[in-house]
Ligand binder design. Structure first.
Ligand code: SF4
Length: 196
């Protein structure tokens, strides 16, 4: 049978700068293609598969040093991730995914950790099970869209938009004024430290 190939835009190592795993060294696998077009998107280079190199699961999984591997995009759930996750698990990796939440994530893929970041232009759709949620706090954001019951308390991050001071102030206020909702202020540590 012909091995599946994935459109890989880039593979790089850095610290995980966001969410529960913040500060851990991680390998990031960025796959091409996305079903949304967010105003603040900082990975527009991942939209077009023409920017990608097509690689097999083994080609991608070989030689990654960190134990934490993050599959991201674009929107990685547009691809059948089962074979890639299996290749990473075969090398002892812990596999996380970053998704916009618009697609279900089949259990058979075996992903260890799901970070979902529902987006306004999908109506904040959350179609998958998640381990943590991230919401970008832009000028229009309100807590009405937050899926409080989808994850345990403390795993809902209100993410500052592109380090904008207005967004930081708003996210800070929302977290402080609603302690019963288990919200956390979300930052991008790698950008603050200038290590991405
Ligand atoms: S879902 Fe993510 S990758 Fe897709 S457009 Fe929005 S921010 Fe960019």
């Amino acid at each position: 049978m012909k091995a599946i190939k994935y459109p890989v835009v880039e593979i790089f190592t850095s610290i995980q700068g966001e969410g529960t795993h913040m500060g851990l060294p991680a390998a990031f696998i960025r796959l091409a293609g996305c079903n949304l077009r967010c105003r603040w998107c900082d990975t527009v280079h991942a939209f077009d598969p023409a920017n990608a190199t097509y690689l097999t699961p083994d080609e991608i999984a070989t030689g990654l040093a960190p134990q934490l591997v993050v599959i991201t995009g674009g929107e990685p759930t547009l691809h059948d991730l089962g074979p890639l996750v299996a290749a990473l698990h075969a090398r002892g990796k812990y596999v996380a995914i970053e998704t916009n939440g618009t697609n279900p994530i089949p259990e058979k893929w075996g992903i260890d950790w799901v970070t979902a970041s529902p987006k306004p232009n999908s109506g904040y759709l959350l179609a998958c099970q998640a381990d943590e949620l991230k919401y970008v706090v832009d000028d229009e954001f309100t807590l009405d869209c937050v899926a409080d019951d989808a994850v345990p308390p403390g795993r809902i991050f209100l993410q500052v938009e592109s380090a904008r001071p207005e967004s930081a102030k708003k996210a800070f206020a929302l977290v402080m004024e609603n302690p019963e909702r288990g919200l956390r202020l979300g930052i991008q540590l790698h950008k603050i430290l200038g290590v991405d």
